[in-house]
Design a protein. Structure first.
Length: 186
């Protein structure tokens, strides 16, 4: 069964051109969404993916209608393949039901993985260079050294840790971590 998926981001756009193209491509059914491409949850797409079966083909006009980014798109295609179904993109002429289409898609996936790896490496190199320059990297401490000393004194005098944490406007776990960290530094 060929099932079309059409998506628009705003109410200013029209689904009709996508629906027409999907119908012309021989889709037995067309499911449409009016949701931003950046949205992590698309209930209609999720339901559609969940009911795909062996031999079904999900058809889209363009790949950007299906995934919000290349890594997300690759995850969606893995879901489709795991269900024994295929993907056909009309504009990009990618058909994962054929060997050539799977090759093209996996090459795109390899490039996306390569790009992610490069980003991680550049980020790590930047952090390392910043540390060498003496920059403090990461989230700032929730409590100063003086606040931790004050908290220790209050707790030693019988004040409940939960009360001390509330007075410092932090969670009790944050207070405990700060106290343990301060103990490790001395």
């Amino acid at each position: 069964m060929k099932i079309g998926y059409a998506r628009i981001s705003t109410t200013d756009q029209s689904l009709q051109s996508q629906i027409d193209a999907l119908t012309a491509a021989g889709c037995d059914e067309v499911v449409s969404d009016e949701v931003s491409g950046a949205a992590t949850k698309r209930p209609k797409l999720d339901k559609l993916l969940a009911r795909l079966g062996q031999g079904d083909v999900l058809v889209v006009v363009r790949l950007d209608r299906l995934g919000r980014s290349l890594p997300h798109l690759i995850d969606v295609v893995r879901t489709i393949e795991a269900r024994g179904a295929g993907l056909l993109s009309l504009s990009e002429a990618i058909d994962t039901t054929t060997a050539g289409g799977r090759l093209i898609f996996h090459l795109m996936g390899a490039l996306a993985q390569f790009e992610r790896t490069l980003i991680i490496e550049r980020t790590q190199a930047g952090l390392q260079a910043a540390r060498k320059r003496g920059a403090k990297v990461g989230r700032p401490r929730a409590l100063t050294t003086d606040q931790v000393k004050h908290a220790n004194a209050l707790i030693a005098n019988g004040e409940p840790p939960a009360s001390v944490a509330r007075s410092l406007k932090v969670d009790r776990a944050t207070l405990y971590r700060a106290m343990a960290s301060a103990k490790g530094r001395t």
